[in-house]
Design a protein around this ligand. Structure first.
Ligand code: 6PG
Length: 235
């Protein structure tokens, strides 16, 4: 698994945006469109802002979501709202596949799964899935010791957070079917969990991010120096 390390957050934002732009061009050259699942959380926002300022063929870009909270699209916690705000300049051009967080979480997951399979077939092979890493080892809305970690049939499910709040999330199977996966991890608060996920013993119930590995998928990590501080082997 490739770890790309950047000295500062600013370097990571620039480097990640450039790398994502290359993947966008490559997918469009090969297949005419590019399907990207966006990460929520705070880390990717400046990267989305930077991408929005780049001259990319946005009319060939299909934007999906890795997960969503069970809230309406104008709610401050909505990943859709965050993405919309960050990518506002290109929103009219890109095709956006929103998770309907305002409806029942199980129904929203079923509808999103139908949309994903309708667009991409089975398995739904996204070109790029962007992910964050929580300090508890979660990614997307795959939280420690939750049912979605053992899901082997479904592509999108409703899954609870540690406090029981329902979320809608791509399953590990969907993420592992993507062509490329990139984790975005910044800051000292992520240092110990990043080292555990990448270099610790395998314990996927406690560290769900360890589930995101597959021989067919190119999984990489964009990390800044503070987040990488506890890694034993770094590039
Ligand atoms: C979300 C997520 C979640 C997030 C991590 C990291 O919607 O919140 O998809 O998995 O990526 O919690 O979040 P930060 O980038 O804010 O640290």
């Amino acid at each position: 698994m490739a770890v790309q390390r950047f000295p500062t957050l600013e370097h990571l934002i620039a480097g990640a945006a450039d790398a994502i732009a290359v993947m966008i061009h490559e997918a469009i050259a090969a297949r005419g469109t590019v399907h990207i699942a966006l990460a929520g959380g705070t880390t990717p926002t400046p990267i989305y802002h930077r991408l929005a300022m780049m001259a990319l063929p946005w009319d060939r870009v299909e934007l999906w979501f890795g997960d969503e909270r069970n809230v309406p699209p104008d709610h401050p916690m909505s990943n859709y709202l965050m993405m919309r705000t960050a990518l506002l300049d290109v929103m009219g051009e890109a095709r956006v596949h929103r998770i309907q967080g305002e409806t029942d979480a199980v129904a929203a997951a079923t509808a999103y799964e139908r949309e994903l399979v309708g667009a991409l077939g089975t398995p739904p092979r996204l070109d790029l899935v962007l992910l964050g890493l929580g300090t508890d080892g979660h990614t997307a809305s795959l939280f420690p010791n939750t049912p979605a970690l053992d899901e082997t049939e479904r592509w999108v499910v409703a899954n609870p957070t540690a406090t029981g709040e329902p979320r809608i999330t791509l399953t590990p199977k969907t993420i592992c079917a993507a062509r490329h996966v990139r984790f975005l991890v910044v800051g000292a608060t992520k240092a110990s969990v990043l080292a555990e996920v990448l270099e610790g013993a395998r314990d996927t119930n406690r560290l769900p991010s360890q589930l995101i590995a597959s021989a067919e998928t190119d999984v990489g990590w964009f990390v800044d120096d503070p987040a990488a501080a506890q890694l034993r082997s770094t590039p």
